[in-house]
Design a protein around this ligand. Sequence first.
Ligand code: PEP
Length: 249
Amino acid sequence: MRRKIVAGNWKMNGSKDLVQQLVGQVREQVASLDARVEVVIIPPALYVDSVVALCGSELVAGVQNVSQWQSGAYTGEVSSDMAKDLGCQYALVGHSERRQLFGESDEVVARKIEQVLASGLTAVLCVGETLEEREAGSAERVVASQVQQGLASVAGDQWSRIVVAYEPVWAIGTGKTATAEDAQAMHADIRRVLAEMGAPSETISVLYGGSVKADNAAALFAEPDIDGGLIGGASLKAEDFVSICRAFP
Ligand code: PEP
């Protein structure tokens, strides 16, 4: 049975006040949720410590990015070991904003995955095609290549700490969502690629991200290969985020 996961990526939003309000409200409201659903809060790194302190047993915390290096003279970087030390359980790797705005290549993404696994966290590898790539008919090839390169060094038991998030770039923060059918088709393809890599593909959670809202989450989560969501904008309002957490069939 695969883990159902809803992860809220706050991106570069938030404040001490928002942490206090939002995490408290979400925690209270997800207390009655099916225990199958893991709810992850992913704030900016500076707020991770305060988020972890408020998580209780209902929530877990993650970081939005980690360094490709373990430690040392890398001013401004945050290591995966540090995230683990603060009590995080998850780390996003290769979010499209990191790839596009900060030039993260598949090679760097693969090194980050190695750091995350070495530190004992679960890695959420983000993959997805641009609109041009979709229109050119190469979405499946692009996504398959991101999965293959990002997870090239994963082996054995490490697969149990891998989650993949399919986030079409054209759907992130735009209000446009892939149809449940299109998302399902890509998720099935990602699972096929994972199997080809020797991964236990039927046990790996594959999340959908890209303008998931309270009103479209249920259709997405009803698909057999969609195991939850990576939520940006809608994770900043407790009510919206919790409705998404409740959207599993
Ligand atoms: C994201 O940041 O990963 C994301 C999916 O954002 P949004 O939900 O706002 O599209």
